[in-house]
Design a protein around this ligand. Structure first.
Ligand SMILES: Nc1ncnc2c1ncn2[C@@H]1O[C@H](COP(=O)(O)OP(=O)(O)OP(=O)(O)O)[C@@H](O)[C@H]1O
Ligand SMILES: [Mg+2]
Length: 259
């Protein structure tokens, strides 16, 4: 479905992606984990042509693209086939929820407004926002805004949806509602790549886990094998630290509840 081959990216002399290759099959939910600065966001941005890679090849649905250069025609076609959900939602403040979902269809895809709105309404219903279609982002909670962003990412019915830490700007309660929507998409067989620090989510929803450090993929495996039987010392340490951190966090929460 999606293959990335030898993606390289430097910022100045800082090597951020060092020959990263990744294969994503149809229906896969790939969780990308790794410490801060390991290159996760840069990899997604390069795969979305939001940042130009220095070199690398990408194949989507059988068609190959050069990650360093692309014609505007190919870019339009490629963008139609991928969806993006960012950490900070990136909604247009001057558009309603429905306006945000339909904008790309009307402007980039030249779809008639009525048809775009039909699609937009269905998608907003699917993410549980049937009663918020006419709201502007400033009148929506963070979780609702992120669900609008998910509906927007699905508007062109893309082959793959990329998520960059979709819940890291949300408090725990709102995190749950967004992760539930992503899990529903996974259950429907939607192919997704999710950069996340939510280990429980990766464990339960991802089919595969990719662990990055210093611009390289250190280990990748099925989610079950990755968590139950990590191979590399670095991966073991990361899983151990993350689990002790989340245990400590839930203990803190328990303490707060009892105070
Ligand atoms: N536009 C930029 N200009 C210069 N350096 C950048 C730029 N974007 C990212 N970097 C550097 O590239 C490296 C990887 O950054 P990236 O944002 O991909 O990491 P990340 O794994 O997503 O981290 P986090 O978990 O904190 O989001 C970092 O060292 C960062 O400082
Ligand atoms: Mg990041």
């Amino acid at each position: 479905m999606l293959n990335l081959r030898d993606v390289c990216k430097k910022f100045g002399s800082n090597v951020v992606l060092d020959h990263v290759s990744l294969d994503v099959n149809k229906g896969d939910v790939v969780a990308i984990l790794g410490p801060s600065g390991s290159g996760k966001t840069t990899l997604l941005r390069c795969a979305g042509y939001l940042t130009k890679a220095d070199s690398g090849k990408l194949t989507l649905a059988g068609k190959e693209y050069d990650m360093n250069r692309i014609s505007s025609k190919d870019l339009r076609e490629y963008r139609k086939n991928v969806g993006f959900v960012f950490q900070n939602f990136n909604l247009y403040g001057n558009k309603t929820a429905l306006g945000n979902v339909t904008l790309g269809l009307i402007v980039s895809q030249k779809m008639p407004k009525a048809q775009a709105e039909e699609i937009g309404k269905k998608l907003l219903e699917r993410v549980g926002l049937a009663d918020r279609m006419d709201y502007y982002p400033s009148k929506l909670s963070g979780g609702q805004q992120q669900r609008v962003a998910i509906a927007r990412a699905l508007a062109t019915n893309p082959d793959v949806v990329f998520f960059d830490e979709p819940t890291s700007a949300l408090d725990p309660e709102l995190t749950g509602e967004v992760l539930t929507v992503i899990k529903q998409l996974a259950d429907e067989g939607r192919t997704m790549i999710v950069v996340t620090h939510e280990m429980e989510f990766a464990r339960k929803v991802a089919t595969r886990v990719v662990f990055m450090e210093d611009g390289e993929i250190v280990e990748q495996n099925t989610a079950k094998e990755f968590f139950e039987n990590p191979q590399k010392e670095r991966t073991k340490e990361f899983i151990y630290k993350s689990s002790t951190w989340s245990t400590a966090a839930s203990e803190d929460a328990a303490v707060e509840e009892t105070v």
